[in-house]
Design a protein around this ligand. Structure first.
Ligand code: ZN
Ligand code: ZN
Length: 71
């Protein structure tokens, strides 16, 4: 796999979109792994990876996007 930006060998794949990124172009971005409640009625808490690999190209949304209704 090659870097999406410069086409050199990639260091890893973007956690959000799967594009490759080399050390020069890889960025870091918090990634929500999961959501949970400790007890019913408690606030929802997120398990977050603070430094997930980001390609710098895609634009992940901070919150889930509602799907348009399908007819
Ligand atoms: Zn690159
Ligand atoms: Zn990406």
């Amino acid at each position: 796999m090659d870097c999406w930006t410069c086409e050199k060998a990639a260091l890893g794949a973007c956690r959000f979109c799967g594009r490759g990124a080399c050390r020069e172009h890889a960025q870091q971005r918090p990634y929500i792994v999961g959501l949970y409640r400790t007890r019913p009625g408690d606030d929802l808490r997120a398990v977050v990876v603070e430094d997930a690999l980001h390609c710098g190209v895609c634009h992940p949304r901070g919150e889930p996007v509602p799907l348009p209704e399908l007819e």
